[in-house]
Design a protein around this ligand. Sequence first.
Ligand code: FAD
Length: 412
Amino acid sequence: MIYDCLIVGAGHAGVQAAFSLRQMQFKGSIGLLGEEADPPYERPPLSKDFLAGQRDFDSLLLRRTDAWADRGIDLLLGRRVTTVHPDGHEVELAGDGRFGYGTLIWAAGGKPRRLSCSGGDLAGIHTIRTRADVDALRDELCPAGAVAIIGGGYIGLEAAAVLSGLGKSVTVIEAQDRVLARVAGEPLSRFYEREHRARGVSIRLRASVQRVDGANGRVDGVRLADGTTIPADMVIAAIGIDPVDGPLRDAGAESGNGVRVDGFCRTSIPDVFAIGDCVMQANPFAANRQIRVESVQNANDQAVHVAKMLTGNVVPYRALPWFWSNQYDLRLQTVGISAGHDSWVVRGDPDSRSFSVVYLLDGRISALDCVNATRDFVQGRGLIGRTAPAPVLTALGDPAVPLKEITSALDA
Ligand code: FAD
């Protein structure tokens, strides 16, 4: 079978691309290939209410089951692409089979990194990326009293919040000197550290894992480099993902930390686009550094962008990044990209559990992290990229001054 547009990866990005193409009146045939057997679903609840057992799988589905046939999209599940043949415009599947393409959209996301230390393959070590991962984790959860989570990023902390709420004794092991070190500034890290500790989560900072200990093939503790052992009936490795770009790289696509795309989401291979978590792109909201953005917003917006490109609307991709994370009763909403910031302003009192952190780089506002502060999140969008002279910095630090007033003053 030859598809006019073949999409590899049936996650947020791939699904959005297929449906956007139809919305934009793309008349050709569309095939959407996915490795997972499950129909496409939302990933963020996997470390939140789905892990907590508060949502069932059907409520996670990205589209109704009849929507695929309605829109004339062939959903081809349980199939993994191993090889891309750019010359023949074909992809090859694990096992057997090939599909041809007119245009290929690579949307294969990422795979969770596994522990490379000794004991890293023992039973009882889990990751959180797919529905199957969380089902397996939940099946083993009942007898587990103590859970060690390796990695204090968003997924590790969200899992810590859920599991401590389920009565587990949770330890978060983080190699850096603060949680969320890769994605947020110090005030936010310290706030979340306090919140987790206040709920009984043990947080070990500057802690490097030496090995995972086990008995009878099953994990029973995590040994740290300082010689201490954290007892654990279950370990969750939340140490990030590796982008899935192997088949494209092997086919000659430029890559680095993911498939490299230009400002239009085109790879270096003709007729092949790439979108979502697997993509590395110069980002105007990060001083044009080549970065990978892991968020639903980025997956969806790049998908819409490529659908526009394929229906004749050729414009460069530019979308303001945003993200969210739920932990306990705290809703964090982020806009912009804070990585690389050189200063910040805290807006409001973190002890009130409703505050924002405004990040700056070279005197320009680069991002906001808003905790239980949706108004700041909404109004702060207009501030991204704006220069902030001293009076603006003072106003930013005063939660009584609405951010939209600061934007209006800057516009005047
Ligand atoms: P994916 O969702 O990973 O989809 C890629 C698909 O491609 C997968 O189904 C995979 O099986 C398939 N695939 C891979 N290789 C192949 C192959 N060779 N052949 C065929 N198919 C293949 N983002 C937020 O904005 N807010 C959140 O709160 C948030 N929480 C998250 C919580 C968790 C637990 C996780 C895992 C992610 C979270 N994210 C969150 C990130 C967000 O889910 C991702 O950025 C988003 O799913 C990326 O979409 P994608 O389509 O690029 O990749």
